[in-house]
Design a protein. Structure first.
Length: 110
């Protein structure tokens, strides 16, 4: 994952140099090549299009947050780390609403 983000930052730096004064500087990580922010509606629209193409029209962009929480928990992440990753103010929300047991995964409880 770290390599992915390094790649994104390197591309952003190259685009900053290429576009020069016309590059739109902001704090967003994922932007168009000229630095302008990618609108959330654009991302959601294309996500819906992709899941339909892959035969998963029931999948929502928001469901990825639940999947992320569950996968991180199954990989042994500490619950507080998951809470921070999802930026939840309340621990209860992270563990009781977003994190689900993954079928087929061995239980680590005694």
């Amino acid at each position: 994952m770290e390599g992915f983000f390094k790649g994104v930052l390197e591309k952003k730096k190259k685009n900053t140099e290429f576009y020069g004064n016309t590059y739109s500087h902001n704090s967003e990580l994922f932007v168009w090549e000229d630095g302008h922010t990618i609108a959330p509606d654009y991302v959601c629209h294309h996500f819906k299009k992709l899941v339909r193409e892959f035969g998963r029209p029931d999948m929502t962009f928001h469901a990825l947050r639940h999947s992320t929480a569950s996968l991180l928990a199954s990989k042994g992440w500490h619950p507080k780390e998951i809470q921070e990753w999802l930026r939840h103010a309340d621990f209860y929300t992270t563990m009781n609403i977003y994190t689900h047991l993954i079928s087929g995964e061995p239980s680590r409880t005694v």
